[in-house]
Design a binder for this molecule. Sequence first.
Ligand SMILES: [Zn+2]
Length: 155
Amino acid sequence: MKCPYCDTENTRVVESRPGEDGNTIRRRRECVNESCGRRFTTYERMEQRPLMVVKKDQEREEFSAEKLYRGLMRACEKRPISVEQLEAVCNDIERALRMEYEREVPSSVIGERVMDALRELDGVAYVRFASVYREFRDVETLAKEVLTLLGDKKN
Ligand SMILES: [Zn+2]
């Protein structure tokens, strides 16, 4: 494994432990280059068969946890949500999808899962994501969604 700071080819593993979801191994590594010697973290992931996402136009692309995470991050920008919370949501969604859908999953299912998760996590992030995802055309539809959300919170 190459050092990300100085590109030295040799790094040594300082510590290994299983990641929270049980499918990854987290390793702390140290660069052996004496003038660098920095530490960094890598995650090893069990090789999985690809899960294909079927988009509205029937095009398919491989499911990407990173893309999912970026989408969540965008929705949660400047909200009081920690990286750990976001990672947990991302892991939960991915694990559930891989269990329920063997080879292909409609992109709409992923969108709904994200909305469900954000709804629990943060109202503002939820509305942000929903407004992009559901392509609200007018303020009225968006307002209705917000009211529904506020109604839910009261219960
Ligand atoms: Zn280095």
